[in-house]
Design a binder for this molecule. Structure first.
Ligand code: NAD
Ligand code: GLY
Length: 380
């Protein structure tokens, strides 16, 4: 970390002086790293929040880094898991901040994956009408997607991420070394979002993934750093263009409408977010091909790449998902406008997509039926 250029910086350009850096590097264990992190924390107090799985591995390290940077550090350990991404658990963050008498100059620091990042960000958005927060993502999912762009929130029993706010962090501090302890299934889950950038807007990244998936799965440091950086660049460009999702930002949700229905309909915690998104991406690509919006070759390459990443592309035989469950949860999607469902679908050559409500409903229902029939062991 102390060595010159031991990290890359991707800038998220926002209006009104809200720009922030994403640091992508390794190490971060000395005085200089502490000062760098602390330079994004205005006040004296930092509330460092993680979960009971990550805390034994990384809490002490980041607590000392913040102390090296001169901060007074308060810590909170939450239960691990998507099923704990709730208002009840969020309340514990607010309780802790109030009990410790943290004022509006404090900064919340999220150490963990997307669940911790989304919850801590939301708590920061509402604590005393908004305090600063910093993201220290420790999963691929969080490094390439959730820690960047300011979407924060919690789940509701009736739908995923239904309660939340846009609240941008002061910085994102990525140490790709933390991925060495990430389970294989979680690694693959995050890679689904990298594949997403390739499909919706970055054909070169898709080609690179086709050539380098084995290195990524082997957690090769150079490959991982490249994939994280390229993904952050894609995300930063989209967020700059459309911070509050009036249009193009919705394209980052390729596969998510089907995927959120699978997550909600199967029970939180059954599927990893990226796994549900991978099946959703297979469904979106299948539907796009059914409407002849993409060539069959692109459909096959999409399936091949998802499978190469060891991601699921169909529902398992014991899945509770049926057509009615899909349609119920999809109708509650945040992209529904005036009662009309809008989807992100692939259209044209690799790297192109559309966000539209103007699609063939029958193609959508037929696609759902095909995937449901497969999981019920019936060949469509
Ligand atoms: P997660 O936060 O549940 O982390 C996955 C698992 O890995 C957890 O058990 C976690 O404790 C563990 N873990 C984290 N870092 C580890 C490490 N370095 N070593 C070992 N174990 C580690 O899941 P996730 O995939 O990071 O994030 C999924 C969440 O992110 C979902 O709730 C999703 O809705 C949200 N999300 C939000 C956005 C956004 O823009 N805000 C984007 C994508 C996903
Ligand atoms: N992960 C989708 C978004 O940030 O918009």
């Amino acid at each position: 970390m102390s060595k010159e250029n031991n990290y890359d910086i991707v800038k998220v350009d926002l209006s009104e002086g809200r720009d922030y850096p994403i640091y992508i590097g390794t190490g971060y264990d000395d005085d200089q790293a502490g000062k760098l992190l602390a330079s994004h924390i205005d006040g004296r107090d930092a509330l460092l929040i993680t979960n009971d799985r990550i805390s034994p591995m990384y809490l002490a390290k980041y607590e000392s880094l913040l102390k090296l940077g001169g901060k007074q550090v308060h810590t909170l350990i939450l239960p691990d898991g998507e099923e704990h991404k709730t208002m009840e658990i969020l309340q514990r963050i607010l309780d802790k901040a109030l009990t410790e008498k943290l004022d509006r100059k404090c900064t919340f620091v999220a150490l963990g994956g997307g669940v911790i990042g989304d919850m801590v960000g939301f708590a920061a958005a509402i604590y005393q009408r908004g305090v600063h927060f910093v993201q220290i993502p420790t999963t691929v999912m969080a490094m390439v997607d959730s820690s960047v762009g300011g979407k924060t929130g919690v789940n509701h029993p009736l739908g995923k991420n239904m309660i939340g706010a846009f609240h941008q962090p002061q910085c994102v501090f990525i140490d790709t070394d933390t991925l060495q302890t990430l389970p294989d299934r979680e690694l693959a889950s995050g890679i689904s979002e990298i594949i997403k950038y390739g499909l919706i807007r970055d054909a070169d990244l898709f080609h690179w993934l086709e050539d380098n998936m084995d290195q990524l799965l082997a957690r090769d440091a150079t490959a991982m750093r490249y994939a994280v950086k390229r993904s952050c660049e894609n995300k930063a460009e989209v967020v700059k263009a459309d911070e509050k999702e009036a249009g193009v930002r919705a394209t980052l949700n390729l596969g998510h409408t089907f995927g959120h229905a699978i997550e909600s309909g199967s029970g939180y915690g059954t599927w990893l977010h990226g796994e549900a998104v991978a099946i959703g991406t297979a469904m979106a690509a299948t539907m796009s091909a059914r409407m002849q919006w993409i060539e069959n070759d692109l459909l096959q390459r999409t399936y091949r790449l998802l499978e190469k990443a060891k991601l699921p592309v169909e529902l398992p035989l014991d899945s509770p998902m049926d057509q009615a469950t899909f349609l119920k949860y999809m109708a509650a999607d945040k992209k529904v406008a005036n009662g009309q469902l809008r989807l992100i679908l692939l259209k044209g050559p690799l790297g192109n997509c559309v966000f539209t409500g103007d699609f063939d409903q029958e193609a959508m229902v037929a696609t759902i039926d095909d995937f449901v029939a497969e999981c019920q062991g019936v060949k469509a």
